[in-house]
Write a protein that binds this ligand. Sequence first.
Ligand code: DGJ
Length: 551
Amino acid sequence: MAIRGLRHIRMAGTMRIRSRFARRGAAFAAAAVFAGCLCAQADEPGLPHLVRKDGRHALIVDGAPFLILGAQSNNSSAWPATLPRVWSAIERAQANTLEVPVYWEQLEPERGKFDYSVVDQLLSGAREHRVRLVLLWFGTWKNGSSHYLPMWLKRQPELCPRIIGRDGRRVDSPSPHSPALLEADTRAFSALMRHLREADPRHTVIMVQVENEPGSWNTVRDYSPAAQKLFTSPVPAELLKALGREGRAGGDWAAVFGRDADEFFQAWSVARFIGQVAAAGKAEYPLPLYVNAALRDPLTQPAASTYESGGATDNVLDIWKAAAPAVDVLAPDIYMNDSEHYLKVVDLYSRPDNALFIPETIGSAAGTRFCYAALARGAIGWSPFGIDSPNRNANAAGDALDPIAINCRVLNPMMREVAQWAFEGRLHAAVEESDGRQQTLALGRWQAAVAFGPATFGFGRSPKGNPEPVGRVLVAQLGEDEFMVTGYLCRVDFRAADPVSGAQRDFLRVEEGAYEGGVFHPARIWNGDETDWGLNFGSAPQVLRVQLGTY
Ligand code: DGJ
């Protein structure tokens, strides 16, 4: 009976989350109220917004911390003809949020004439499928180019000039120094935000991405006459102040920044443009806004010519923060496969002044393990790209399951709790390395030893790694001796952190169950084979409440 009840809870998980919003709101409102800083201006009740406390962040939706268990569509999928496939993909992935583009060329087919029909279809489709939306404004920049400009604008290249490379040739990237382009983009983005304010009183849209991976490939900056004039002018005082370099007042970019000058100038120029677009949109409707970034190698100091220059790469985050204060979050698109790179990026973008949000990443079975690592660094959301690709495969365990669902089916039913734990810094995670080696988590007076691989039973037999690194564990420290533990293809055991004490771990109680309405409902107690060799997690979505003692 109990297990059947549990299964019902999982299947109905997504639906219940929506109906639970209201009930749970009050419980979590307190957390939001005593949180130190309102980062977005929430000028109306219920408006999604970001809060910060003790250097950590939460995205508040319907009055409570919300975790974006997202998935992003392919670029050309936000059309009535292709949306049905997107909706079925999002259902298969069991995500709670769809990230989907809004194309400037579709929204403003004629100058000043706006067509909101596709946006409205997105709103109604999302409500029907009980998911939230993060809209991606494909405006002036899309991956460093300007291919989503409406045709009427493309036909007037003098209004939307491309930038000029060092060799004097035009580069396929929009100039951040075009007032006409800035004006046109600002007007269009404002119209979109104004429409959302009117058409979305239920706050189906919870965040908006301004542009997409802005910056320039194939040139570090713009060398046009307009840009040259600015480059040889004094660096703006507000930037110097933000960087603590007021002493360099009056110096031009080369004098102040030396070999970084070209890249910093491009970052400031692009961020300044986008900051103005964002501010205008926010004035219409103050939803949380973010900008996503194509990354540079976070472990080396590569030359700026080797990556997209001017975007919010890890070395120019302070410049972006100063140039674009209306942009709430600078968000890394992480397409790196190895944990060293991935976790470094996660570290670099989780800062007291920047909520960690990963709007694009790898949705393979191995890639999805990094979701847990991001949560342990307090992420407000994590979202693989390309949800509606026809070739999305079954996962490593052989389930006919979208790999994204590995996380969603276990996290979705306790999404509110996980978001709150992330906000409070209670989460810890281990993700499998390619050599499958064991890992240890420090949990106050306890350590969790994590071995990766399919379940093994018996003394001295520890899992030896999965065929590909898909293993993951997420632990929430609920009390000194109490934990929530969930994992995938791994074994977790605990030991006293102080080996000198001689204290041995005793499982006082290990309960498998589910959270509902903020309360954990046990369905059964694990004991015997299920605990004697540690806590073995297979591919089933299992959530354990663990109470520890010693003997
Ligand atoms: C990153 C971009 O932001 C996405 O829109 C998409 O083009 C992916 N790259 C493709 O891999």
